[in-house]
Write a protein that binds this ligand. Structure first.
Ligand SMILES: *[C@@H]1O[C@H](CO)[C@@H](O)[C@H](O)[C@H]1NC(C)=O
Ligand SMILES: *[C@@H]1O[C@H](CO)[C@@H](O)[C@H](O)[C@H]1NC(C)=O
Ligand SMILES: *[C@@H]1O[C@H](CO)[C@@H](O)[C@H](O)[C@H]1NC(C)=O
Length: 270
């Protein structure tokens, strides 16, 4: 009996995961973390030595990027998009000699890693404070959402898009939860009022539109990472600077938001 149940389980799993299983994405994220900790990008290029690699929207040689230096990683959290076959991992490296907060998308094509896109923030980037980021992110709960309570991809994506759209148009209705807290660089909105929604953003001067949105949507993980170009904040980047917003969504409502934004000049000149 148990045996046949197991067989059925294996059959379903391999059918559903012909293109991309959660286990494969979890393994990729674990390998990425090991590679970054060791400074060995070659751990990621075993199956494909022609991976397209970008840091902060700039294509570069993976061997010359941040992945070539060993980094002490204090905390990590990943989302896995089994439909699109993409994983994203947020790394907090506060105790590293040069502190970093990094968010990385790893994309697969035909079961092999085909592209890696990182947003790499360190001192001088928007509200950067790796120790603050680490202490707040560790306190948050991003547990898997039990089956039956999971939001659809559409609901999760809509919550993320509504949040970003509201920055340019204050009339957009955003499904903020109560509480909702935003971790922006190392700055936490929820410390002042941990029981209310402190996520609401003011409108930016028009015209304002966040473009180049690239999503990692995870129903089981209960969240979405949106890699994007954030205009206005950095005067030297009128079309937008590299940024990620990672949202925890529970029952259609936003619980947490993490923003990492890169600046060309110290704190985007602000
Ligand atoms: C490497 O990948 C790019 C596309 O990302 C492709 O244009 C190029 O031909 C590939 N090079 C090799 C040697 O396969
Ligand atoms: C990454 O996070 C997992 C828990 O989600 C943990 O087991 C692992 O040790 C972490 N890795 C590093 C290098 O911090
Ligand atoms: C911004 O985008 C416009 C339109 O795509 C382009 O013409 C312009 O060169 C871009 N500016 C910068 C600084 O990249």
């Amino acid at each position: 009996m148990i045996y046949s149940v197991l067989l059925v389980g294996v059959g379903l799993a391999s059918q559903a995961s012909a293109a991309c299983s959660r286990a494969m994405l979890q393994e990729a994220a674990a390998t990425y973390i090991r590679a970054q900790a060791a400074g060995q990008s070659n751990l990621l290029t075993l199956d494909n030595n022609n991976i397209s690699y970008m840091e902060n929207d700039t294509p570069m040689d993976i061997k010359k990027g941040v992945l070539s230096q060993p980094i002490t990683i204090d905390f990590n959290r990943s989302l896995h998009d089994t439909t699109e076959c993409i994983t994203s991992t947020e790394l907090s490296a506060a105790t590293n000699k040069n502190p970093y907060v990094i968010n990385t998308r790893i994309l697969f094509t035909d079961g092999k890693i085909s592209a890696i896109q990182s947003v790499v923030a360190d001192t001088g980037d928007w509200a950067f404070n790796a120790a603050g980021q680490l202490s707040w992110t560790k306190k948050e709960k991003w547990d898997p959402i039990p089956e039956g309570k999971r939001d659809s991809r559409a609901v999760i994506k809509a919550a993320g898009d509504a949040y970003l759209d509201s920055w340019g148009d204050g009339t957009v209705k955003v499904p903020y939860g109560t509480p909702c807290a935003r971790l922006e660089g190392g700055m936490y909105t929820g410390d002042k009022s941990p029981t209310t929604n402190t996520c609401k953003m003011p409108e930016f001067p028009k015209p304002f539109k966040i473009t180049n949105r690239r999503y990692v949507i995870d129903e089981e993980g209960g969240g979405v990472a949106i890699f994007n170009d954030f205009p206005f904040i950095d005067k030297t980047k009128p079309n937008g600077t590299s940024s990620t917003n990672t949202l925890r969504v529970e029952g259609g409502m936003i619980r947490y938001i993490h923003e990492i934004t890169v600046c060309a000049t110290k704190n985007c000149g602000r």
